[in-house]
Design a protein around this ligand. Structure first.
Ligand SMILES: [Zn+2]
Length: 352
């Protein structure tokens, strides 16, 4: 039997060709196996000589196949390692650190501006009673101004009952941070300057309204406080928040909890007062509501308007952030697009 053709093929055989060769010679029905089986038919002398010869051939062939198999496996492993190798010299994919959300950043900037003017934080609950959200703010039941604020009532069929309020009180999600004013008036003796910043809720959703948004509220109560003090504080507060002096103006307005009341406008930052689409060609943008604290509201804290006076103001945090950052659609704040959010605010942690 001649295995020379096989031995010459082995060094270049692929894994599949090698296995075919092995089966052809050494498999159960292989030619070499067949010759080994045929040994029994030979006479003893010839069997011995032929057996030794076949054993040598079998060993030669098996060793050559095993050597080539090991070589193929080593080549395959090297190829895989080369393919999976990491080139540490290539530039890395950019990584983004967390950032402060623009609304949170705006609230921090508002608080920082008001702190420099002597205002400290005060708080009120987000689930509030009808009493603290409306009645004590000079908005008794059936007051028409209640209709302006589409309220989420938690128990709409409860009757507002001041006599038995623990048993039968209407609860709601606060529609304004002004509840902080009442809770402060009841708990703190003047003089004081407080700010309340937080979430408020109304049943509203469109380009400029979301059901949950944020307000900032400020209140200063001190003997001798005048409308002029309010104007000065608000101008300075806006100057610090926007980082530059802004022209402002006040228009007479109505709020139940202040008297007199005003709305404050800032000069349009886009057209600088010339008139454009954003400011509806007026040159002005409404920015906050304010006024002298109403005598009925002061009375909640047991205060008499002849002894002590105060002013209060309130603004939407989203509105302030939109004006500061030049954003035209309120909903962008809440849609969680990473590319949008990455443009604003400070880095929460320094990027590595
Ligand atoms: Zn404008």
């Amino acid at each position: 039997m001649d295995i020379q053709p096989a031995l010459t093929q082995i060094p270049t055989a692929s894994a599949e060709a090698l296995e075919a060769l092995r089966i052809h010679y050494l498999g159960q029905n292989g030619s070499l196996t067949a010759e080994m089986k045929a040994l029994g038919k030979l006479d003893p002398e010839a069997r011995k000589a032929r057996g030794a010869e076949l054993n040598v051939l079998k060993t030669q062939l098996a060793e050559a196949i095993a050597a080539r198999k090991a070589q193929l496996e080593s080549e395959a492993l090297n190829a895989q390692l080369a393919q999976e190798a990491i080139d540490v010299t290539l530039p890395a994919d950019p990584t983004y650190g967390g950032r402060i959300h623009p609304i949170t950043a705006a609230m921090e900037d508002i608080a920082a501006a008001l702190r420099t003017l002597g205002f400290s934080h005060a708080y009120g609950p987000e689930v509030e009673t009808d009493d603290y959200n409306f009645t004590k703010l000079n908005l008794p039941a059936h007051h028409p101004a209640r209709q302006d604020q589409d309220t989420f009532y938690l128990n709409p069929f409860a009757v507002a009952d001041t006599k038995h309020k623990t048993q039968n009180t209407k609860h709601l999600l606060r529609t304004q941070t002004s509840n902080v004013q009442i809770r402060t008036l009841e708990a703190v003796k003047p003089p004081f300057r407080v700010m309340g910043i937080g979430r408020v809720y109304r049943r509203d959703y469109d380009l400029t309204h979301t059901p949950q948004f944020h307000q900032v509220e400020g209140m200063m109560v001190e003997s001798g406080t005048t409308f002029a003090h309010m104007r000065g504080v608000l101008d300075e507060y806006l100057r610090i928040f926007f980082g530059k002096p802004l022209k402002t103006r006040m228009r007479p307005h109505y709020f139940p909890f202040t008297e007199p009341s005003a709305e404050m406008d800032v000069e349009c930052h886009l057209c600088r007062g010339a008139g454009c689409r954003v400011c509806k060609h007026t040159g002005w943008l409404e920015i906050l509501g304010c006024g002298m604290v109403h005598r009925n509201v002061l009375a909640v804290g047991g205060l008499n308007v002849d002894d002590v006076q105060g002013f209060a103001f309130g603004a939407g945090v989203e509105r302030l952030a939109m004006l500061k950052y030049g954003i035209s659609d309120l909903r962008l704040f809440y849609e969680s697009h990473a590319a949008f959010l990455r443009q604003f605010g400070k880095a929460a942690v320094s990027a590595a």
